[in-house]
Ligand binder design. Structure first.
Ligand code: VGL
Ligand code: ZN
Length: 203
């Protein structure tokens, strides 16, 4: 028997309650993209979801740094890190996928950000840029060489995932109509420049 050949996958990044209006780190219009993502998932040969998944007291939370406020930047051993409101805490409602997201369609859910002292924006590597999530090995062993990326937030987890995927040699497209951004101090423009420099297709 021959294996079904899969060469491309849709990577759906962090479509979770805390990134939707009403959530702890709400992205404007974060929920508006859900129906379009469901349609894209229905048409994709393989679907992978990511889920931001932080233990309480995570080092990316401003509340873990006395005297510091959300959206300030701090220095971590691995480099600069934005401090966020507490969000996507393991097992919480905020960490759950948006209720209308058709999660049954997913072949794999990649959780990230579960190490207390390291954040992880990218679906491939934690913010130290060396600790792998395992997604690269999964994709390679399935023969998946190209990715379309959608979800939240354009300028953080989507962009970091796209950048790492391009560096790892995947053909990457970010489908902007199905992404929404935080846009903190020029982060969206910086993300675009980064992605374009690495040959990520933006459509
Ligand atoms: C994200 C900030 C913190 C994201 C996750 O999904 O873009 N942003 N954690
Ligand atoms: Zn996070």
């Amino acid at each position: 028997m021959s294996r079904p050949a899969v060469s491309t996958a849709l990577l759906v990044v962090d479509v979770q309650n805390d990134f939707c209006p009403g959530g702890a780190l709400a992205v404007p219009e974060g929920d508006i993209i859900v129906p379009g993502i469901n349609a894209a998932m229905a048409a994709a040969p393989s679907v992978i979801l990511t889920q931001d998944w932080h233990p309480a007291g995570h080092s990316s939370f401003a509340s873990s740094h006395p005297g510091r406020a959300p959206f300030e930047t701090t220095d971590m051993p691995y480099g600069p890190q934005v401090l966020w409101p507490d969000h996507c805490v393991v097992g919480s409602h905020g960490a759950a996928f948006h209720r209308d997201l058709a999660t049954d369609r997913a072949d794999l859910v990649v959780r990230k950000g579960f190490h207390r002292t390291v954040d992880s924006y990218s679906a491939f590597f934690e913010n130290d840029q060396t600790t792998p999530t395992g997604l690269d090995g999964y994709l390679r062993s399935r023969g998946i060489a190209s990715l379309t990326i959608v979800g939240l937030a354009t300028d953080f987890c989507v962009a970091y995932s796209a950048r790492d995927a391009a560096r790892l040699g995947y053909a990457v497209t970010v489908h902007m109509a199905l992404c929404r951004a935080i846009d903190l101090d020029g982060s969206l423009a910086a993300a675009f420049a980064d992605m374009q420099a690495l040959g990520v297709a933006i459509d």
